[in-house]
Design a protein around this ligand. Structure first.
Ligand SMILES: [Zn+2]
Length: 141
């Protein structure tokens, strides 16, 4: 895993962990989850010293998520935290002097996986075994 490549992963993961463990992320309806993701975006933006991106939940994206650079908007087709983190990383790639990998997709997915794994290792491993984490195979665990 690219784990050690990224900065502030521990701080970022504590935001995710708080929402999952203490604020009931997985027990909430889609609306509550979007509220949580908006709060996570605010907190993560604070950690990395960047502006807060806008979030939208919408279908028909042809992808799990998308980051629109001019409007700084993250669009999600579902409320997966890993998808949200992936798109938030694209926001970081454009909005800060955070050191990123030259391959933007590898950087986004690597950071998202590192943050989610640090927050909830068991949930991450289960998601990998269920084939729900793009780019990570059970044999990588
Ligand atoms: Zn991407």
């Amino acid at each position: 895993m690219l784990h050690r490549t990224f900065t502030k992963v521990r701080k970022a993961s504590s935001v995710v962990k708080e929402h999952v463990d203490n604020l009931g992320y997985y027990g909430g309806c889609e609306e509550r989850k979007m509220e949580s993701l908006n709060l996570m975006a605010e907190e993560l933006a604070g950690i990395y010293g960047v502006t807060v991106p806008a979030l939208a939940l919408r279908g028909g994206l042809g992808a799990y998520g998308m980051y629109h650079i001019p409007s700084q908007t993250i669009s999600l087709s579902n409320t997966s935290i890993v998808t949200f983190l992936h798109e938030f990383r694209h926001h970081l790639q454009h909005r800060s002097d955070v050191k990123t990998l030259s391959d933007a997709e590898k950087d986004a997915q690597g950071w998202a996986c590192s943050v989610f794994y640090s927050a909830k290792p068991n949930l991450f491993e289960k998601a990998v075994r269920d084939g729900r984490i793009m780019g990570v195979m059970p044999s990588d665990l």
